[in-house]
Every structure is written in C-alpha cells, then in structure tokens.
Write a protein that binds this ligand. Structure first.
Ligand SMILES: Cc1cc2nc3c(=O)[nH]c(=O)nc-3n(C[C@H](O)[C@H](O)[C@H](O)COP(=O)(O)O)c2cc1C
Length: 331
C-alpha cells in the first residue's frame, strides 16, 4: 500500500499529522511523534497574545522605565523571549527529524505577527499554519469585519513569506461555505477545519467558573466530517481535518470526505503516540480489503459534490430522524 501524499506541496509518507499542541512543544516530543510514524508535525503555536503580554508584563514590572522609548525597548525584549524560543524549536526540530516541520502562529489581528512569520521561515519551517482566532463575542465587530480579518491575514502572510501557508479556522461563521471557497483562492495552500474552541464550564457547588475538557471526544468528529465533505468540492486548496479524530475508522472517513491530511491531538494524549502505528496499520488493511493501492484511489469518494443526495450533508434539523427515538421514562 502506498500511503504517501502531498500536503501544502510537501511530500508526506502518510496523511497523519500531529496537530499543534503540547505534543509538539519540545524537540523530544517531536522526535517521539516522528518515530511513531507521523507524516508531519505542526508545532505548538506562538501566540500573538503571549508575545504581546510577555512584553507588557516586562514593561509593567519595572516602574523606572516611564520613558516611552525605554518601554518600547522592553517590549522588544519581551517579544524576543517568546519568539526566540519558538524559533529555536523550529531549528532543533529541523535538525532532529526528517518529516516536514510546520510552524504555527495564533493570530488575532493582521499585521502584528508578519515579522514573526518571516523569522519562522528563516529558521527553517517547511510551512506555516495560521490559527486565526476572532472573538465572536466582540459586539463592535460585524460578521463582515470578522471575515475581512481572515482575508487580510491570508493575503498579507502570502506576501510576506515564500513557504506554503495554511489557515486554521473555527467553525463558528455564518456563510461558511462561501468563506471557505473565497479564502481558498487567496493563494493559501491549505485550510484546517476546525480549531476546537475552549469551552468554559461551571462548578454548581462552588458557584465557580471552571475549564471545560481540553481534549475532544470521538463524538465531536461530525461537524468536521460534514464540512470537509462540503468544502472538498468547493475549495481550491488542501484540506486538513481536525477535531474528534480518535481512531482509524474516523480518519478513513475524513479521507473519503476529501481531506488531504488528518490531524491528531486528543487521541494521542489519551492513548499515547503508539496509536499512530495502529492507525497506519488499520488504514493499510482497510485499503487492501477494498482494493485501493494509493490514497488518491478513494480520497473524496464520499464528498458532497460526488453524492447523488447532496442535501443529506446539509440537513441540520432532525426532521423524521426523531421518529423511533423514545425518551426513557424516569422512576
Ligand atoms: C493541550 C492542547 C494544546 C493545544 N494547543 C494548540 C495550539 O497551540 N495551537 C493550535 O492551533 N491548536 C492547539 N490545540 C488544538 C489542536 O491542534 C486541535 O485543533 C484540537 O485539539 C482538536 O483536535 P483533536 O480532536 O484531535 O484534539 C491544542 C490542543 C490541545 C489538546
């Protein structure tokens, strides 16, 4: 079986990519992922806010520096801390593994991080994934402005670097199909669907805010599967499936939907990186059973555009599906 593929123009030995996370925040972690058989790694993001707030803390911690130029100098020092660490990780990872190393930037605005993108390219990153995070709770921002931010980021970074660029998006957008279709034509090479938002929770005894689970569950893959199926017919770029892929069956579904690569994070946190070997063996066995020799033999076979029943991919209401689903009686 030939599991090789190209993602963002880069040759990968297989379509399983380690998602940006703590799994890829150290050279040891990256080497572990490569040894386990990953096709590529996406490094832990350099957060725009992290960079800027470190700088702010430094300025705030030293009251002597009230002169704006001195504060400016300190801001640069703060940025250097976080950026230098991220650049060092890229250099070390490139020296330690032979699989593609994709750097990641968490962006909330256009412009501020362009310089970081250029420096990541110079440090040897094979590609960049931009995790675009827009606060939809900001009442000052209209949907149009939020979309524009994605276009600004995509076009500015394309101009700033020569390495391939992928945009990682959240799922909360109106007009998502239109957005994905237009974004994929800005010159970016890929889109990752979707980032998983942090969800808060409540402790109802302590009456406190708590953090929801950092890890996804297998049940969360449905939204990703639907949108990879829809987007693969309309996007002019590669698609990476992220969120809720916990086993080989779900990974195969994402490929059938048209994903170029499948990203994994939570499943590896829960089961260890050894799960990758199992998933690769399962994929090969499934391909053999179905007479597929390479990924292109079946990739996108079940995408919406190839379906005789495209409406089924978009049905969001339960309609007749609730028939036969009876509530359990209590007591
Ligand atoms: C501990 C942890 C740290 C993460 N850090 C990042 C990050 O720095 N940048 C990013 O784009 N995504 C980050 N993610 C999100 C993952 O890349 C991924 O999109 C998400 O977990 C959904 O995929 P999964 O269901 O395979 O976990 C993180 C996820 C986890 C669990």
């Amino acid at each position: 079986m030939d599991l090789a593929t190209r993602y963002l123009g880069l040759p990968l030995s297989n379509p399983f990519v380690i998602a940006s996370s703590g799994l890829t925040s150290s050279t040891e972690g990256i080497v572990r992922c490569a040894k386990a058989g990953a096709g590529a790694v996406i490094l832990k993001s350099l957060f725009e806010e992290q960079v800027l707030s470190e700088a702010d803390q430094l300025v705030a911690s030293d009251g002597h520096f009230v002169h704006p130029e001195a504060a400016d100098y300190l801001k640069r020092q703060g940025q250097e801390g976080a950026v230098e660490k991220a650049l060092e990780l890229i250099r070390e990872a490139k020296a330690a593994v032979s699989i593609p190393v994709i750097a990641s930037l968490h962006c909330t605005s256009a412009g501020a991080w362009l310089d970081f993108a250029r420096r990541m390219e110079k440090a040897g990153a094979d590609a960049l994934e931009l995790n675009v995070h827009v606060l939809t709770s900001d009442t000052r921002l209209t949907g149009e402005q939020m979309e524009k931010l994605h276009f600004d980021i995509a076009t500015e970074v394309r101009r700033a670097v020569r390495i391939p660029v992928a945009l990682k998006l959240g799922s909360q957008h109106s007009g998502l199909a239109n957005l994905l279709s237009r974004l994929s034509r800005t010159g970016i090479q890929g889109m990752t669907l979707f980032n998983r938002s942090f969800s808060p929770d409540f402790d109802i005894e302590k009456l406190e805010l708590t953090a929801g689970s950092r890890l996804s569950t297998a049940e969360e893959h449905g939204l990703t599967l639907r949108w990879i199926s829809i987007a693969s017919g309309l996007a002019g770029s590669d698609l990476a499936a992220s969120t809720g892929v916990h086993d080989s069956k779900t990974a195969i579904k994402m490929l059938l939907a048209g994903a170029t690569t499948v990203q994994l994070a939570s499943a590896l946190y829960l089961n260890g990186t050894g799960l990758l070997r199992v998933m690769l063996a399962d994929l090969e066995a499934w391909m053999e059973r179905h007479g597929f020799e390479r990924l292109s033999d079946f990739r996108g076979k079940l995408r919406q555009a190839a379906s005789s029943n495209p409406a089924a991919y978009e049905r969001v209401q339960f309609l007749r599906l609730s028939e036969g689903t009876q509530p359990k009686s209590i007591g």
